[in-house]
Write a protein that binds this ligand. Structure first.
Ligand code: FUL
Length: 515
């Protein structure tokens, strides 16, 4: 065989292997793909494996940990839900210090804070032009104050992002239940999204009920979404929105199997929008957020379109969303918050933790103390990757190239294997003791892993340590402490050849060690 023929055969083989299901190298469909009636099951899985986050979804996911600041008139009436009839005179947080809120959140590792600019009671924390039911009718700063402004300035000063919660349900507005309310709501959104600089997340609560005239509102969601896209194109729209879905509980615990690619069934009015690229548009998937299984193969086979719709876990550091004095002794323990960390961020979700400011307008000392301790344990635990200087052998097929990208601490670099079920053998730099495993998929390639196992060589034998289903952006697993110099990761099932960004082994720090 002469040289040219050999080259031809090699090129031909490369083309054949690139077109096979195991070799998806491009993420053509973006964050939305249609399933055709003629698609085989293999084709549907191939499509699912190629759906990827939009740029705004990716930036959001990388934040990992964000804060809710649930604060307003209910803080002063000691209630969780108001009724819209509260006297604005009650609002007087004399020591309000948004700088304290932001600093505490930032020190705790939070990358964004979301303020309840208006809750279901309709009371506005900024002096909206469109209602008197706001801070301007309160004694706080003689009606000249603006909580949103103070928070936006503090965020800018400390370098963290701002998010806005604007409750669609409004028990105060006389417009509620009529077409005028959609104008009122868009006007308020416009104020919030034009007067305070960059906004990175808009949070629409699903809680909904009747207004003061006993009527329910027909919301013009498409108009709201388009307003946000126009005014803050980088902001994600969460919960009742197209970019981020609610995990389905307020407990702090996500699913063991958490798919970011889910069937995107739509409501009729959204249908036409859905036919264009979701990325640039405002199509909101209709998902039963509380369902146990959202993205298994069985779910995908029944779908007519798939979309990247990642999960957000919202939970309060206290029993209530609002501050209540009688809950000062009920701030969640550091241990509980650590469990929540592993069960949310460690299970392919973003964690949105509520820290409600009190009647002084400050985050209470008990919350601050717990957050500091929590942060310290997390920081100490994940400070040193014990696999950082390891040697990684890819057993099937054998190759050591690119392996370093798994342990370089850089999410952007990744190793995409040629096969769908690779095994990595990892030889550590001497014996190490650890009890935590970190895995990350490069989700801009796609979420692909469906099942994996992790083993360690103990006394010459491979021992099963832990296993799991999905990985996604981040998976953290806890197990009893082991000491060894050799471990093995096997991907047992995947939707296509997986792209792994990071592999880490850690020894957990315990709270008692520091405090
Ligand atoms: C829920 C609301 O009803 C609560 O009051 C709170 O705002 C929480 C974040 O979302 O749906």
């Amino acid at each position: 065989m002469n040289k040219i023929t050999k080259i031809h055969i090699i090129i031909l083989m490369a083309i054949i292997s690139m077109s096979s299901r195991a070799q998806i190298t491009m993420s053509e469909p973006g964050n939305y793909v249609e399933i055709l009636p003629t698609d085989s099951e293999d084709e549907i899985i191939r499509k699912a494996a190629s759906v990827t986050p939009s740029a705004r979804q990716m930036a959001w996911q990388k934040m990992e940990l964000t804060a809710f600041l649930v604060f307003g008139i209910n803080t002063f009436t000691n209630r969780e839900w108001g009724n819209g009839k509260e006297d604005p005179q009650l609002f007087n947080p004399e020591k309000l210090d948004a700088g304290q809120w932001v600093k505490i959140c930032k020190d705790a590792g939070m990358k964004l804070v979301i303020l309840t600019a208006k809750h279901h009671d309709g009371f506005c924390l900024w002096p909206s032009k469109y209602t008197n039911h706001s801070v301007k009718s309160s004694p706080w700063k003689n009606g000249k104050g603006d909580v949103v402004k103070e928070l936006a300035n503090a965020c800018r000063e400390h370098g963290i992002k701002l998010g806005i919660y604007l409750s669609p349900w409004d028990m105060n507005s006389a417009f509620y239940g009529t077409d005028e309310y959609n104008d009122y709501f868009v006007n308020q959104l416009t104020e919030l999204l034009t007067n305070y600089g960059e906004v990175a997340e808009v949070w629409f609560d699903g809680a909904n009920g009747e207004g003061p005239n006993g009527k329910k509102q027909v919301y013009d969601w498409q108009r709201y979404y388009k307003t946000i896209r126009r005014l803050q194109p980088n902001a994600v729209i969460a919960i009742v929105g197209p970019d981020v879905r609610w995990v389905g509980t307020e407990s702090g615990y996500g699913r063991d199997t958490e798919w970011s690619v889910v069937p995107a069934n739509t409501q009729d009015e959204d249908e036409i929008v859905a036919r264009s690229q979701q990325q640039a548009d405002t199509f909101r998937p209709t998902v039963d957020a509380m369902a146990k299984d959202l993205g298994s193969r069985e779910k995908l086979f029944g779908a007519n379109r798939l979309v990247w719709y990642p999960s957000e876990v919202d939970v309060s550091i206290r029993p209530g969303w609002y501050y209540h004095k009688d809950q000062d002794g009920k701030v969640k323990s550091v241990e509980k918050l650590l469990d929540i960390y592993y069960s949310s961020i460690g299970k392919n979700s973003l964690l949105l933790m509520n820290i409600p400011p009190d009647t002084r307008g400050l985050i209470h000392e008990n919350d601050v103390d717990t957050l500091k301790k929590w942060k310290k344990v997390i920081h100490q635990t994940f400070k040193v990757n014990l696999a950082a200087n390891a040697r990684i052998k890819h057993i099937r097929p054998k190759s050591e190239s690119q392996a370093k990208s798994l342990i370089d601490g850089d999410y952007e670099t990744y190793w995409m294997t040629k096969d769908e079920t690779p095994t990595f053998e990892i030889t550590l730099e001497g014996e190490k003791t650890f009890d935590r495993l970190l895995l990350q998929e490069k989700i801009t390639i796609g979420q692909r892993v469906e099942k994996f196992k992790f083993e360690a060589k103990i006394n010459g034998n491979w021992k099963h340590i832990t296993d799991g289903t999905t990985i996604g952006y981040k998976r953290l697993l806890r197990f009893s402490e082991i000491t060894t110099d050799k471990v093995r990761l096997t991907i047992l099932q995947s939707r296509a050849n997986p792209a792994l960004a990071e592999f880490g082994l850690y020894k957990s720090a315990s709270e008692s060690k520091f405090f």
